[in-house]
Write a protein that binds this ligand. Sequence first.
Ligand SMILES: Cc1cc2nc3c(=O)[nH]c(=O)nc-3n(C[C@H](O)[C@H](O)[C@H](O)COP(=O)(O)O)c2cc1C
Length: 383
Amino acid sequence: MFSEPLTIADLQRRAKWRVPKMFYDYADSGAWTESTYRANESDFGKVKLRQRVLVDMTNRSLETTMIGEKVSMPVALAPTGLCGMQHADGEILAAQAAEAAGVPFTLSTMSVCSIEDVAEHTTKPFWFQLYVMKDRDFVGNLIDRAKATGCSALVLTLDLQILGQRHKDLINGLSTPPKFTPKHVWQVATRPFWALEMLQTKRHTFRNIAGHAKGVSDLSSLSVWTAEQFDPKLSWDDVVWIKERWGGKLILKGILDAEDAKMAARTGADAIIVSNHGGRQLDGARSSISVLPEIVDAVGSEIEIHMDGGIRSGQDVLKAKALGAQGVYIGRPFLYGLGAMGKKGVTRALDIIRKELDTTMALCGERNINEIGHQIIAKADFD
Ligand SMILES: Cc1cc2nc3c(=O)[nH]c(=O)nc-3n(C[C@H](O)[C@H](O)[C@H](O)COP(=O)(O)O)c2cc1C
């Protein structure tokens, strides 16, 4: 029915066929009109590359570092909530695929599989993403759990003090696990492969939270707790105590403004991620790739800069690298792979991106990812 997936879009089509609508839509959506979600992707098309010829293209290398960790290419898996609803045990499978590919995996606070679940099923340290909740005891405890399981970086998300609205989630009545209304039962029943795999795992809810947060004893108290707990008062002072409590490598995620980037650099964090949360928070904000050069100008000499949002190919990775990102993160590309084919699909997504990155680098006349910069960007066509 489907031919071999050759692009991330091929994986996306398969995921749509295999994953119940409410969870597929949860991934493939942005806030309100989705204008920022779309711009993240389409703005990459405005960046043009220089084609070079008769340059030695042998012995190419994509190997580099992100926050000092060796990576086989400058691509990490972004933290995404509810991976375990794209595919049973999704976080474990994605972490294993990332480990095998030699790239970092970032586990979300809002994951289905817990930090301990993922640690038990992997052999190398992964990164943990923290949402700051009002219940600071819970937050402190979460940081300690990430430390205890050997996570090698904490990714602190700054752009979700309150939740942006995604219309599709409201219309679909998204919940974890799915509710038993006729609409939801139909959505699950029409995705039998997904459902059969889901029946074979015990991991169906937010396992970083259930059993760890005060007053959360059952599923209905969990959903109330989660909705109420994001902290609208989160401030730069909180970054200081989190950094201290954690004591390891810290990455600040969700910077989209040069002023904020300067504040972030002053915290002494190890890196920032230029990000608008994949267009899921402030609709109408600029695309990540269009903001990246300004932020590199503002703080590039002080702090390592990463970016995410809209990367759908290895070409996009190369463009971000050329504009000053030391590394990038992919969210939906690996979620589509996961939904389409489980662990094999995440591996496929990473292979597709790696191949495109390598070939593009060669055709731009370059052999080493660490030497990529503005020299590969073509002058705009119609200045
Ligand atoms: C389904 C989904 C869930 C997400 N959940 C989280 C999350 O729990 N924490 C977080 O910091 N970012 C979250 N994000 C944002 C991603 O980390 C990342 O910024 C974004 O996906 C990058 O854009 P891309 O999907 O176009 O690659 C989520 C994104 C998606 C698509």
